[in-house]
Design a binder for this molecule. Structure first.
Ligand SMILES: Nc1nc2c(ncn2[C@@H]2O[C@H](COP(=O)(O)OP(=O)(O)OP(=O)(O)O)[C@@H](O)[C@H]2O)c(=O)[nH]1
Ligand SMILES: [Mg+2]
Length: 425
Protein backbone atom coordinates (compact mmCIF):
# COMPACT_ATOMS: atom_id res chain seq x y z
CA UNK A 1 0.00 0.00 0.00
CA UNK A 2 1.17 3.55 -0.72
CA UNK A 3 2.39 5.59 2.21
CA UNK A 4 0.65 8.82 1.30
CA UNK A 5 -3.00 9.50 1.89
CA UNK A 6 -4.42 11.44 -1.04
CA UNK A 7 -7.55 13.52 -1.45
CA UNK A 8 -9.30 15.39 -4.26
CA UNK A 9 -12.57 16.78 -5.44
CA UNK A 10 -13.88 13.84 -7.48
CA UNK A 11 -17.03 15.44 -8.88
CA UNK A 12 -17.25 18.28 -11.41
CA UNK A 13 -16.23 21.86 -10.88
CA UNK A 14 -18.34 23.78 -8.35
CA UNK A 15 -20.81 25.36 -8.02
CA UNK A 16 -23.08 22.32 -8.05
CA UNK A 17 -25.81 20.93 -5.82
CA UNK A 18 -23.49 18.31 -4.39
CA UNK A 19 -19.73 17.83 -4.55
CA UNK A 20 -17.85 14.65 -3.74
CA UNK A 21 -14.47 14.81 -2.03
CA UNK A 22 -12.59 11.55 -1.86
CA UNK A 23 -9.80 10.55 0.52
CA UNK A 24 -7.78 7.36 0.00
CA UNK A 25 -4.88 5.88 1.93
CA UNK A 26 -3.83 4.69 5.38
CA UNK A 27 -4.92 7.94 7.06
CA UNK A 28 -8.30 8.22 5.28
CA UNK A 29 -10.29 7.04 8.31
CA UNK A 30 -8.31 9.24 10.72
CA UNK A 31 -8.99 12.22 8.43
CA UNK A 32 -12.71 11.36 8.30
CA UNK A 33 -12.85 11.16 12.07
CA UNK A 34 -10.96 14.41 12.46
CA UNK A 35 -13.47 16.30 10.30
CA UNK A 36 -16.69 14.47 11.22
CA UNK A 37 -15.80 13.46 14.80
CA UNK A 38 -16.94 9.87 14.05
CA UNK A 39 -17.34 7.66 11.00
CA UNK A 40 -20.25 5.51 9.82
CA UNK A 41 -19.85 1.74 9.60
CA UNK A 42 -18.10 0.50 6.44
CA UNK A 43 -20.31 0.72 3.30
CA UNK A 44 -22.89 2.83 5.11
CA UNK A 45 -23.62 6.51 4.71
CA UNK A 46 -24.24 8.89 7.60
CA UNK A 47 -24.80 12.59 7.98
CA UNK A 48 -22.01 14.40 9.82
CA UNK A 49 -21.22 18.01 10.67
CA UNK A 50 -17.72 18.64 9.32
CA UNK A 51 -15.56 20.90 11.46
CA UNK A 52 -12.15 22.52 11.39
CA UNK A 53 -9.66 21.56 14.11
CA UNK A 54 -10.72 24.66 16.06
CA UNK A 55 -14.37 23.54 16.03
CA UNK A 56 -15.52 25.94 13.32
CA UNK A 57 -18.30 24.32 11.23
CA UNK A 58 -17.34 23.70 7.58
CA UNK A 59 -20.51 22.04 6.24
CA UNK A 60 -22.98 19.27 6.90
CA UNK A 61 -22.17 16.32 4.64
CA UNK A 62 -23.06 12.73 3.89
CA UNK A 63 -20.01 10.65 4.81
CA UNK A 64 -19.27 7.23 3.31
CA UNK A 65 -16.62 4.80 4.40
CA UNK A 66 -15.06 1.89 2.52
CA UNK A 67 -12.35 -0.10 4.25
CA UNK A 68 -9.53 -1.51 2.13
CA UNK A 69 -9.01 -3.77 0.35
CA UNK A 70 -12.76 -3.82 -0.49
CA UNK A 71 -12.76 -0.30 -1.93
CA UNK A 72 -12.35 1.26 -5.36
CA UNK A 73 -8.64 1.95 -4.77
CA UNK A 74 -7.98 -1.09 -2.60
CA UNK A 75 -7.08 1.27 0.28
CA UNK A 76 -9.21 2.78 3.05
CA UNK A 77 -11.49 5.32 1.41
CA UNK A 78 -13.65 8.04 2.96
CA UNK A 79 -15.98 10.11 0.83
CA UNK A 80 -17.62 13.40 1.76
CA UNK A 81 -20.73 14.37 -0.19
CA UNK A 82 -20.93 18.03 0.75
CA UNK A 83 -22.81 21.04 -0.58
CA UNK A 84 -21.29 21.97 -3.93
CA UNK A 85 -20.45 25.61 -3.27
CA UNK A 86 -17.01 26.81 -4.27
CA UNK A 87 -16.14 28.20 -0.81
CA UNK A 88 -17.37 25.04 0.96
CA UNK A 89 -15.33 22.75 -1.28
CA UNK A 90 -12.25 24.97 -0.96
CA UNK A 91 -12.55 25.08 2.83
CA UNK A 92 -12.86 21.28 3.17
CA UNK A 93 -9.93 20.71 0.79
CA UNK A 94 -7.85 23.22 2.74
CA UNK A 95 -8.70 21.48 6.02
CA UNK A 96 -7.67 18.10 4.57
CA UNK A 97 -4.44 19.63 3.24
CA UNK A 98 -3.62 20.91 6.76
CA UNK A 99 -3.66 17.36 8.16
CA UNK A 100 -0.30 15.61 8.51
CA UNK A 101 0.35 12.90 5.92
CA UNK A 102 -2.38 14.03 3.55
CA UNK A 103 -1.79 15.61 0.17
CA UNK A 104 -3.76 16.58 -2.93
CA UNK A 105 -3.96 13.70 -5.45
CA UNK A 106 -2.36 13.89 -8.90
CA UNK A 107 -4.67 13.48 -11.91
CA UNK A 108 -5.59 9.80 -12.27
CA UNK A 109 -3.95 8.84 -8.97
CA UNK A 110 -7.03 7.12 -7.49
CA UNK A 111 -7.29 4.92 -10.58
CA UNK A 112 -3.56 4.30 -10.53
CA UNK A 113 -3.81 3.04 -6.98
CA UNK A 114 -6.71 0.79 -7.97
CA UNK A 115 -4.41 -0.65 -10.64
CA UNK A 116 -1.39 -0.95 -8.35
CA UNK A 117 -3.48 -2.68 -5.69
CA UNK A 118 -4.81 -5.16 -8.25
CA UNK A 119 -8.42 -3.87 -8.16
CA UNK A 120 -8.36 -3.36 -11.93
CA UNK A 121 -5.96 -4.34 -14.68
CA UNK A 122 -4.57 -2.13 -17.41
CA UNK A 123 -7.30 -2.96 -19.92
CA UNK A 124 -9.95 -1.92 -17.41
CA UNK A 125 -8.11 1.33 -16.67
CA UNK A 126 -7.99 2.03 -20.40
CA UNK A 127 -11.70 1.28 -20.69
CA UNK A 128 -12.40 3.62 -17.79
CA UNK A 129 -10.39 6.44 -19.41
CA UNK A 130 -12.41 5.96 -22.60
CA UNK A 131 -15.66 5.76 -20.66
CA UNK A 132 -15.07 9.11 -18.99
CA UNK A 133 -14.36 10.66 -22.40
CA UNK A 134 -17.25 8.94 -24.19
CA UNK A 135 -19.55 11.38 -25.96
CA UNK A 136 -21.73 9.09 -28.02
CA UNK A 137 -23.85 6.09 -27.15
CA UNK A 138 -21.69 3.66 -29.13
CA UNK A 139 -18.53 4.94 -27.40
CA UNK A 140 -20.16 4.53 -24.01
CA UNK A 141 -21.22 0.94 -24.65
CA UNK A 142 -17.83 -0.23 -25.92
CA UNK A 143 -15.90 1.53 -23.15
CA UNK A 144 -18.21 0.21 -20.46
CA UNK A 145 -17.76 -3.39 -21.62
CA UNK A 146 -13.98 -3.02 -21.31
CA UNK A 147 -14.06 -1.04 -18.06
CA UNK A 148 -16.22 -3.76 -16.54
CA UNK A 149 -13.53 -6.33 -17.24
CA UNK A 150 -14.77 -7.79 -20.55
CA UNK A 151 -11.28 -7.88 -22.00
CA UNK A 152 -9.64 -8.73 -18.68
CA UNK A 153 -11.67 -11.93 -18.41
CA UNK A 154 -10.79 -12.88 -21.99
CA UNK A 155 -7.09 -12.23 -21.39
CA UNK A 156 -7.19 -14.27 -18.18
CA UNK A 157 -8.68 -17.15 -20.14
CA UNK A 158 -5.85 -16.89 -22.69
CA UNK A 159 -3.31 -16.70 -19.87
CA UNK A 160 -4.73 -19.90 -18.39
CA UNK A 161 -4.50 -21.71 -21.71
CA UNK A 162 -0.96 -20.54 -22.46
CA UNK A 163 0.12 -21.48 -18.96
CA UNK A 164 -1.33 -24.95 -19.37
CA UNK A 165 0.43 -25.34 -22.75
CA UNK A 166 3.66 -24.15 -21.13
CA UNK A 167 3.32 -26.71 -18.38
CA UNK A 168 2.77 -29.48 -20.93
CA UNK A 169 5.85 -28.39 -22.87
CA UNK A 170 8.01 -28.20 -19.71
CA UNK A 171 6.91 -31.65 -18.60
CA UNK A 172 7.72 -33.03 -22.06
CA UNK A 173 11.21 -31.48 -21.86
CA UNK A 174 11.85 -33.39 -18.63
CA UNK A 175 11.10 -36.65 -20.40
CA UNK A 176 12.79 -35.88 -23.68
CA UNK A 177 15.63 -38.21 -24.66
CA UNK A 178 18.64 -37.25 -26.72
CA UNK A 179 17.25 -38.39 -30.08
CA UNK A 180 13.67 -37.31 -29.87
CA UNK A 181 13.27 -33.60 -29.07
CA UNK A 182 9.99 -33.15 -30.96
CA UNK A 183 6.91 -31.53 -29.43
CA UNK A 184 3.67 -33.43 -28.96
CA UNK A 185 1.44 -32.96 -32.06
CA UNK A 186 -1.54 -32.31 -29.75
CA UNK A 187 0.35 -29.42 -28.16
CA UNK A 188 1.09 -27.99 -31.61
CA UNK A 189 -2.57 -28.37 -32.62
CA UNK A 190 -3.76 -26.61 -29.46
CA UNK A 191 -1.38 -23.74 -30.15
CA UNK A 192 -2.73 -23.50 -33.71
CA UNK A 193 -6.30 -23.27 -32.39
CA UNK A 194 -5.29 -20.41 -30.11
CA UNK A 195 -3.47 -18.68 -32.99
CA UNK A 196 -6.67 -18.79 -35.01
CA UNK A 197 -8.72 -17.35 -32.15
CA UNK A 198 -6.25 -14.54 -31.51
CA UNK A 199 -6.20 -13.69 -35.22
CA UNK A 200 -9.97 -13.21 -35.17
CA UNK A 201 -9.58 -10.71 -32.34
CA UNK A 202 -6.71 -8.88 -34.09
CA UNK A 203 -8.61 -8.61 -37.39
CA UNK A 204 -11.73 -7.08 -35.83
CA UNK A 205 -12.39 -3.33 -36.11
CA UNK A 206 -10.48 -1.38 -33.46
CA UNK A 207 -11.63 1.09 -30.85
CA UNK A 208 -9.72 4.10 -32.27
CA UNK A 209 -12.23 5.07 -34.98
CA UNK A 210 -14.98 4.73 -32.38
CA UNK A 211 -13.09 6.67 -29.74
CA UNK A 212 -11.51 9.41 -31.86
CA UNK A 213 -14.19 9.61 -34.55
CA UNK A 214 -14.23 8.18 -38.05
CA UNK A 215 -12.18 10.35 -40.38
CA UNK A 216 -14.43 11.45 -43.22
CA UNK A 217 -12.40 13.58 -45.62
CA UNK A 218 -13.94 15.68 -48.39
CA UNK A 219 -11.45 16.10 -51.21
CA UNK A 220 -11.28 17.01 -54.88
CA UNK A 221 -10.09 19.72 -57.27
CA UNK A 222 -10.41 23.45 -56.41
CA UNK A 223 -13.84 25.05 -56.62
CA UNK A 224 -15.61 21.68 -56.72
CA UNK A 225 -17.91 22.74 -53.88
CA UNK A 226 -16.18 20.90 -51.02
CA UNK A 227 -16.50 23.65 -48.42
CA UNK A 228 -20.13 24.25 -49.40
CA UNK A 229 -20.82 20.56 -48.86
CA UNK A 230 -19.10 20.65 -45.44
CA UNK A 231 -21.33 23.56 -44.43
CA UNK A 232 -24.44 21.81 -45.72
CA UNK A 233 -23.63 18.67 -43.66
CA UNK A 234 -22.65 20.62 -40.55
CA UNK A 235 -25.80 22.72 -40.86
CA UNK A 236 -23.88 25.96 -40.36
CA UNK A 237 -21.36 28.15 -42.17
CA UNK A 238 -18.11 26.80 -40.82
CA UNK A 239 -15.92 26.83 -43.93
CA UNK A 240 -15.28 29.86 -46.13
CA UNK A 241 -16.93 29.55 -49.54
CA UNK A 242 -16.13 31.75 -52.55
CA UNK A 243 -16.09 31.28 -56.30
CA UNK A 244 -12.29 31.74 -56.29
CA UNK A 245 -10.51 28.40 -56.81
CA UNK A 246 -8.05 27.80 -53.97
CA UNK A 247 -10.20 29.36 -51.24
CA UNK A 248 -9.56 26.64 -48.65
CA UNK A 249 -5.90 26.56 -47.65
CA UNK A 250 -5.67 24.88 -44.28
CA UNK A 251 -7.86 21.90 -43.53
CA UNK A 252 -10.83 22.25 -41.20
CA UNK A 253 -12.03 19.51 -38.88
CA UNK A 254 -15.61 19.39 -37.62
CA UNK A 255 -16.52 16.72 -35.07
CA UNK A 256 -20.08 15.48 -35.63
CA UNK A 257 -22.26 12.65 -34.49
CA UNK A 258 -24.23 11.05 -37.31
CA UNK A 259 -26.87 8.68 -35.91
CA UNK A 260 -24.79 8.15 -32.76
CA UNK A 261 -21.63 7.47 -34.76
CA UNK A 262 -18.73 9.83 -33.99
CA UNK A 263 -17.28 11.42 -37.10
CA UNK A 264 -14.57 13.96 -37.80
CA UNK A 265 -15.57 15.70 -41.02
CA UNK A 266 -12.59 17.30 -42.74
CA UNK A 267 -12.58 19.98 -45.42
CA UNK A 268 -9.38 20.14 -47.48
CA UNK A 269 -7.66 22.44 -49.97
CA UNK A 270 -8.53 21.76 -53.62
CA UNK A 271 -5.97 19.42 -55.17
CA UNK A 272 -3.92 21.10 -57.89
CA UNK A 273 -0.30 21.84 -58.75
CA UNK A 274 0.55 25.33 -57.62
CA UNK A 275 3.64 27.43 -56.99
CA UNK A 276 1.94 29.53 -54.33
CA UNK A 277 3.65 28.58 -51.05
CA UNK A 278 0.71 28.56 -48.63
CA UNK A 279 -1.63 26.81 -51.02
CA UNK A 280 1.04 24.23 -51.85
CA UNK A 281 1.39 23.29 -48.18
CA UNK A 282 -2.41 23.05 -47.97
CA UNK A 283 -2.48 20.74 -51.00
CA UNK A 284 0.23 18.53 -49.49
CA UNK A 285 -1.81 18.25 -46.30
CA UNK A 286 -4.94 17.50 -48.31
CA UNK A 287 -3.13 14.64 -50.08
CA UNK A 288 -1.95 13.19 -46.75
CA UNK A 289 -5.44 13.50 -45.26
CA UNK A 290 -6.97 11.81 -48.31
CA UNK A 291 -4.63 8.86 -47.80
CA UNK A 292 -5.38 8.63 -44.07
CA UNK A 293 -9.16 8.87 -44.44
CA UNK A 294 -11.43 6.14 -43.16
CA UNK A 295 -14.02 7.32 -45.68
CA UNK A 296 -13.26 9.56 -48.65
CA UNK A 297 -15.96 11.81 -50.06
CA UNK A 298 -14.71 12.68 -53.52
CA UNK A 299 -15.97 15.74 -55.37
CA UNK A 300 -14.50 15.88 -58.81
CA UNK A 301 -14.84 14.72 -62.32
CA UNK A 302 -15.28 11.20 -63.49
CA UNK A 303 -12.08 9.28 -63.96
CA UNK A 304 -10.14 11.22 -61.35
CA UNK A 305 -11.35 9.62 -58.17
CA UNK A 306 -8.61 7.95 -56.12
CA UNK A 307 -8.75 4.22 -55.49
CA UNK A 308 -9.49 3.89 -51.79
CA UNK A 309 -11.38 1.24 -49.87
CA UNK A 310 -14.32 3.34 -48.72
CA UNK A 311 -15.28 5.97 -51.26
CA UNK A 312 -18.37 8.09 -51.90
CA UNK A 313 -18.32 9.92 -55.24
CA UNK A 314 -20.32 13.12 -55.38
CA UNK A 315 -21.86 14.67 -58.46
CA UNK A 316 -22.17 18.18 -57.03
CA UNK A 317 -24.18 21.27 -58.05
CA UNK A 318 -26.99 19.02 -59.27
CA UNK A 319 -29.34 22.03 -58.94
CA UNK A 320 -27.77 23.54 -62.08
CA UNK A 321 -29.49 22.67 -65.40
CA UNK A 322 -26.35 21.25 -67.06
CA UNK A 323 -25.58 19.08 -63.97
CA UNK A 324 -28.86 17.24 -63.84
CA UNK A 325 -27.52 13.83 -64.83
CA UNK A 326 -25.08 11.94 -62.58
CA UNK A 327 -22.83 9.14 -63.88
CA UNK A 328 -23.49 5.64 -62.56
CA UNK A 329 -22.35 5.18 -58.99
CA UNK A 330 -22.12 8.92 -58.30
CA UNK A 331 -24.43 10.58 -55.83
CA UNK A 332 -26.37 13.68 -56.94
CA UNK A 333 -25.93 16.39 -54.34
CA UNK A 334 -26.69 20.09 -54.14
CA UNK A 335 -25.39 22.13 -51.26
CA UNK A 336 -27.75 24.90 -52.30
CA UNK A 337 -31.06 22.99 -52.29
CA UNK A 338 -29.92 20.24 -49.88
CA UNK A 339 -30.77 17.53 -52.40
CA UNK A 340 -28.87 14.30 -51.79
CA UNK A 341 -27.46 15.34 -48.38
CA UNK A 342 -29.61 12.81 -46.55
CA UNK A 343 -28.56 10.05 -48.94
CA UNK A 344 -24.92 11.08 -48.49
CA UNK A 345 -25.24 10.84 -44.70
CA UNK A 346 -26.84 7.42 -45.16
CA UNK A 347 -23.88 6.30 -47.32
CA UNK A 348 -21.37 7.61 -44.77
CA UNK A 349 -23.26 5.89 -41.96
CA UNK A 350 -23.26 2.57 -43.81
CA UNK A 351 -19.54 2.72 -44.59
CA UNK A 352 -18.83 3.87 -41.04
CA UNK A 353 -20.37 0.73 -39.64
CA UNK A 354 -17.79 -1.38 -41.46
CA UNK A 355 -14.99 0.57 -39.75
CA UNK A 356 -16.60 0.41 -36.33
CA UNK A 357 -16.64 -2.46 -33.90
CA UNK A 358 -19.95 -4.29 -34.03
CA UNK A 359 -22.37 -3.81 -31.18
CA UNK A 360 -21.51 -6.01 -28.21
CA UNK A 361 -18.03 -6.84 -29.50
CA UNK A 362 -15.05 -5.89 -27.36
CA UNK A 363 -12.81 -3.73 -29.52
CA UNK A 364 -9.06 -3.65 -28.95
CA UNK A 365 -6.97 -0.51 -28.93
CA UNK A 366 -3.65 -0.29 -30.76
CA UNK A 367 -1.60 -1.15 -27.67
CA UNK A 368 -3.68 -4.18 -26.80
CA UNK A 369 -3.66 -5.42 -30.40
CA UNK A 370 0.14 -5.10 -30.55
CA UNK A 371 0.57 -7.35 -27.53
CA UNK A 372 -1.97 -9.86 -28.78
CA UNK A 373 -0.11 -9.94 -32.11
CA UNK A 374 3.08 -10.74 -30.19
CA UNK A 375 1.32 -13.60 -28.44
CA UNK A 376 -0.08 -14.85 -31.73
CA UNK A 377 3.29 -14.58 -33.55
CA UNK A 378 5.10 -16.44 -30.77
CA UNK A 379 2.53 -19.26 -30.78
CA UNK A 380 2.52 -19.42 -34.58
CA UNK A 381 6.20 -20.36 -34.54
CA UNK A 382 5.59 -23.49 -32.53
CA UNK A 383 6.13 -26.63 -34.56
CA UNK A 384 6.55 -30.25 -33.71
CA UNK A 385 10.27 -30.20 -34.48
CA UNK A 386 11.60 -28.95 -31.14
CA UNK A 387 9.88 -29.00 -27.76
CA UNK A 388 12.53 -26.80 -26.08
CA UNK A 389 11.90 -24.10 -28.66
CA UNK A 390 8.16 -24.54 -28.20
CA UNK A 391 8.52 -23.91 -24.46
CA UNK A 392 10.54 -20.77 -25.20
CA UNK A 393 7.86 -19.41 -27.58
CA UNK A 394 5.23 -20.09 -24.95
CA UNK A 395 7.32 -18.15 -22.43
CA UNK A 396 7.45 -15.19 -24.86
CA UNK A 397 3.67 -15.41 -25.27
CA UNK A 398 3.20 -15.30 -21.50
CA UNK A 399 5.39 -12.18 -21.29
CA UNK A 400 3.29 -10.43 -23.95
CA UNK A 401 0.08 -11.30 -22.07
CA UNK A 402 1.60 -9.84 -18.88
CA UNK A 403 2.38 -6.62 -20.71
CA UNK A 404 -1.18 -6.55 -21.99
CA UNK A 405 -2.66 -6.58 -18.48
CA UNK A 406 0.09 -4.27 -17.20
CA UNK A 407 1.80 -6.79 -14.98
CA UNK A 408 5.23 -6.30 -16.55
CA UNK A 409 7.52 -3.47 -17.67
CA UNK A 410 5.06 -0.76 -18.50
CA UNK A 411 6.09 2.23 -16.30
CA UNK A 412 6.18 4.88 -19.04
CA UNK A 413 2.90 3.64 -20.39
CA UNK A 414 1.29 3.94 -16.97
CA UNK A 415 2.34 7.60 -16.71
CA UNK A 416 0.80 8.33 -20.10
CA UNK A 417 -2.43 6.47 -19.36
CA UNK A 418 -3.13 7.81 -15.89
CA UNK A 419 -2.23 11.33 -17.04
CA UNK A 420 -5.35 11.15 -19.23
CA UNK A 421 -7.60 11.06 -16.18
CA UNK A 422 -8.81 14.21 -14.56
CA UNK A 423 -8.06 15.16 -11.00
CA UNK A 424 -10.05 13.20 -8.45
CA UNK A 425 -10.40 10.07 -10.61
N1 LIG B 1 -25.33 26.17 -57.62
C1 LIG B 1 -24.49 25.63 -56.76
N2 LIG B 1 -23.33 26.24 -56.47
C2 LIG B 1 -22.49 25.68 -55.59
C3 LIG B 1 -22.81 24.46 -54.96
N3 LIG B 1 -21.78 24.13 -54.15
C4 LIG B 1 -20.86 25.11 -54.27
N4 LIG B 1 -21.27 26.05 -55.13
C5 LIG B 1 -20.53 27.24 -55.51
O1 LIG B 1 -19.28 26.87 -56.03
C6 LIG B 1 -18.25 27.78 -55.65
C7 LIG B 1 -17.13 27.04 -54.96
O2 LIG B 1 -17.59 26.50 -53.77
P1 LIG B 1 -16.62 26.07 -52.58
O3 LIG B 1 -17.48 25.35 -51.63
O4 LIG B 1 -15.84 27.23 -52.08
O5 LIG B 1 -15.66 25.09 -53.33
P2 LIG B 1 -14.37 24.35 -52.77
O6 LIG B 1 -14.30 23.03 -53.43
O7 LIG B 1 -14.34 24.39 -51.31
O8 LIG B 1 -13.20 25.25 -53.37
P3 LIG B 1 -11.69 25.43 -52.86
O9 LIG B 1 -11.70 25.63 -51.40
O10 LIG B 1 -11.20 26.58 -53.61
O11 LIG B 1 -10.96 24.18 -53.27
C8 LIG B 1 -18.93 28.81 -54.75
O12 LIG B 1 -19.24 29.94 -55.55
C9 LIG B 1 -20.20 28.12 -54.31
O13 LIG B 1 -21.27 29.02 -54.03
C10 LIG B 1 -24.05 23.83 -55.29
O14 LIG B 1 -24.42 22.75 -54.77
N5 LIG B 1 -24.84 24.45 -56.18
MG1 LIG C 1 -13.03 25.10 -49.98
Amino acid sequence: MSADTIFALSSGRPPAAVSIIRVSGPLARAAGKQLGRSLPEPREAALRVLRRADGDVLDEALVLRFDGPASSTGEDVVEFQCHGGRAIVDAILAELASLDGLRQAEPGEFTRRAFENGRIDLTEAEGLADLLEAETESQRKAALAIAEGGLRRQVEAWQGRVLELSARAEVAIDYVDEEDVGADPRLVADCATLVEELTTWIDRPRIEPLRDGIRVVVAGPPNAGKSSLINAIAGEDRAIVTDVPGTTRDHLEIPLSIAGVPIVLTDTAGLRDTSETVERIGVERARALTKGADILVWMGDQGESPAVERLVRIHGRCDLPDRGHAPDGWLRVSSVTGEGIKELLGCIGKLARSVLPSEGAIPLNRRQATHIEQVRDALAQISSSDVVLAAEHLRIARGALDRLTGRAGVEDLLDALFGRFCLGK
